[in-house]
Design a protein around this ligand. Structure first.
Ligand code: FDA
Length: 305
């Protein structure tokens, strides 16, 4: 119930203006977002790298409605990749990109061209790009773009969402040599016709997908904070004889930091998804939807003022 409310709120422009105008919002955002600009995100990336963690940077913003915004998003990624390279933070840091931020809803070809420019900048910086997964209406177009990008940039990563009924099939298609696949539960409000609705069904699907990816020939990127699924992933990696360099764990910045350290101390590659930028509203609402108990954190932040 609360999850649906937060996911509905994530799409409300009026609520977005209201929340962004409340000064305390900035304090809350700091838990999940590295900061507004390049200097701040490079500093946090350095701190994480010093702790032995890999990073995937996400410049916040989705559902771009104008070509100018899409061009600005592309340019930001190209600039941050040069910044990461200049700071010696590649290849440990890569970038995650939402095609909707690059203009997918305006013109798919335009988003492809922008993604291509980012992949070229990443290759020059010695690192990679992963295409985030958004709501199910974009899945086909995003996977088609991925296939096109992979012709010239074969290490471009995909994200698959276990809550979608189609995802087992997508895992089979993508569990091939050279393919990088991030598996997550899925963070959008989706109808029953396309997505499992109960947490148990989503978890079971996650495990089925994990089995396909771990037994396949690609590089699985296990993106969850769920202790049970992390334990199952560790078990499957052992079962399918994968050494620690043949898969990785991914967690969100600000979520279960001790677990991030525990996994890294165990010799695992652990990549932190690190969002930055001013357009944090939709991202924050999705994190509250993941865990409505975070409202307690919000309430404490408000009370401490
Ligand atoms: P679940 O939500 O069941 O959480 C398990 C436990 O983790 C909770 O009990 C709690 O202890 C902790 N936890 C989880 N979320 C928390 C939070 N916000 N604050 C504090 N504790 C929390 N989705 C998508 O649709 N497209 C995408 O491209 C991506 N990309 C992505 C990258 C990475 C690296 C991660 C980790 C996740 C994504 N996601 C995503 C988000 C994903 O789909 C999902 O919404 C969240 O990861 C929450 O699901 P969990 O698997 O963590 O399980």
């Amino acid at each position: 119930m609360l999850r649906s409310l937060f996911l509905a709120a994530a799409g409300s422009a009026r609520l977005e203006r209201l929340v962004e105008s409340v000064p305390v919002s900035k304090g809350i955002v700091q838990r999940f977002v590295a900061g507004g600009g390049a200097d701040e995100v490079l500093r946090v990336t350095r701190e994480l790298a010093d702790d032995g963690l890999a990073v995937s940077l996400d410049h916040l913003g989705d559902d771009t409605r104008t070509v100018e915004q899409a061009v600005a998003a592309r340019d930001e990624y190209v600039a941050i990749l040069a910044g990461l390279h200049g700071a010696g933070l590649t290849p440990a840091a890569e970038v995650s990109v939402k095609l909707s931020a690059l203009g997918q809803r305006i013109d798919e070809k335009l988003a492809y061209e922008h993604a291509r420019a980012i992949c070229a900048a990443a290759a020059e910086a010695g690192t990679t790009v992963t295409l985030d997964a958004e709501d199910h209406s974009t899945t086909d177009a995003t996977l088609e773009t991925l296939m096109e990008l992979r012709r010239d940039f074969p290490s471009t990563g995909a994200v698959l969402q276990a809550y979608l009924r189609r995802t087992e099939g997508d895992c089979r298609e993508l569990a091939t040599a050279g393919s990088r696949v991030r598996l997550c539960k899925g963070a959008y409000a989706e109808p029953e016709s396309v997505a499992f609705q109960s947490a148990l069904d989503v978890d079971k699907s996650f495990v089925r997908c994990l089995n396909i990816l771990m037994s396949g020939e690609g590089y699985p990127m296990v993106a969850t904070h769920d202790p049970r699924l992390i334990a199952i992933a560790e078990d499957r990696a052992r079962w399918f004889d994968r050494s620690t360099g043949e898969y990785e764990f991914q967690l969100l910045y600000g979520v279960r930091s001790e677990e991030q350290g525990r996994l890294a101390a165990g010799g695992n590659t652990v990549r932190i998804y690190l969002p930055y930028g001013d357009q944090w509203y939709g991202y924050l609402m999705r994190r509250l939807a993941d865990r409505p108990a975070n409202m307690g954190f919000v309430a404490r932040a408000v009370a401490s003022r």
